[in-house]
Write a protein that binds this ligand. Structure first.
Ligand code: ZN
Length: 319
């Protein structure tokens, strides 16, 4: 005869909500961009106005809009403002942190618009302001895939001496124009320097890029991966490779991928999480991305899994 106990089961703690993928250069507040453009006597590109209005446009138009904002990041104060825009957007959506992609080599060397010291100081001050509000943050270096591995090495040459502690990762972005196997030595070098490696893959290039980035490039995290077929999803799930999925960005820039594969990816067991990508160019936040995921038919359990993955695999929450 048993004795009945009132066993109190504590509900599992809700994991922190993390924006798993957002770009410094693509996160500026539109109102700040308008003000700055005005002050500088510059005309906003039509592509940027189109994206702000919610239009879907070709990838090249997005690059033009993205670069317009990037060109405004020519001082320590502007970089700090960009980080603060990310922090404000994250907080307003109830978020607790963000993994922030940025391209210091592009701003400092390619464009020559500010010094590396000013770039780091702007990020450091922004992160410090963000931390004061309770937010977690880290930086992931974004190298341009289509510039090739020589450019990747140049990024590392620039940043590895005196790398700040808040830099946790190295990634490729841009057009998937260069085979990931060619990038393997760059990823190896980044890993040897203590950085985790990621790649934008299966976004504007074929799904097979995802397999190549993991198996031949050796990356530990995929951004987008939306063109991956079932066999590649099985590979990602089996290796527990985190995949950052950004529905608003995909809707604007990968409109041919229909329906959005996020439910299929989750069903395959892929560790997907949500990110905003370029919310200053393609307006969105963690709230809109969650709503978009729900509109794909995902239930509360699936949304909770996205959130849990988002926290468990976030680099901003890891040492
Ligand atoms: Zn991205």
């Amino acid at each position: 005869m048993g004795v009945e106990h009132n066993v109190r089961v504590n509900p599992p703690l809700t994991p922190p909500l993390i924006d798993r993928h957002t770009h410094l250069e693509g996160s500026l507040d539109p109102s700040w961009v308008r003000r700055e453009a005005d002050r500088r006597g510059q005309i906003l590109p039509a592509s940027l106005e189109a994206l702000w209005s919610g239009a879907a446009i070709p990838f090249q138009g997005f690059i033009e809009a993205f670069l317009f904002g990037a060109a405004l990041l020519d001082s320590r104060e502007a970089v700090r403002e960009a980080v603060l825009a990310v922090a404000r957007r994250t907080l307003a959506a109830g978020g607790s942190g963000f993994d922030l992609w940025a391209s210091p080599h592009f701003l400092v060397v390619h464009r020559g618009q500010l010094t590396l010291d000013d770039f780091w100081l702007g990020v450091e001050e922004g992160f410090s302001d963000a931390a004061a509000t309770g937010l977690h943050a880290c930086l992931v270096l974004d190298a341009v895939n289509h510039f090739g591995p020589k450019h990747g090495h140049a990024v590392l040459d620039l940043v590895l001496p005196g790398l700040p502690g808040f830099v946790k990762g190295f990634s490729t972005g841009g057009l998937e124009g260069c085979p990931f196997r060619d990038w393997a030595p760059v990823f190896d070098r980044a890993r040897a320097a203590g950085l985790r490696c990621a790649a934008h893959a299966g976004e504007n290039g074929p799904g097979s890029n995802v397999r190549e980035a993991v198996l031949e490039g050796g990356v530990a995290r995929i951004i987008h991966g939306i063109r991956a077929d079932d066999a590649i999803l099985e590979l990602l799930a089996g290796r527990r490779v985190p995949v950052d999925v950004c529905p608003s960005s995909n809707r604007a820039l990968a409109m041919d991928v229909q329906p959005h594969p996020l439910p299929r990816m989750l069903l395959a067991g892929v560790r997907c999480a949500l990110g905003t990508d370029d919310p200053g160019v393609i307006p969105c936040d963690l709230g809109t991305e969650t709503t978009a995921a729900r509109s794909m038919g995902l239930d509360d359990l699936a949304l909770a899994r996205l959130r849990r993955n988002g926290a468990e695999d976030a680099w901003c929450l890891q040492d």
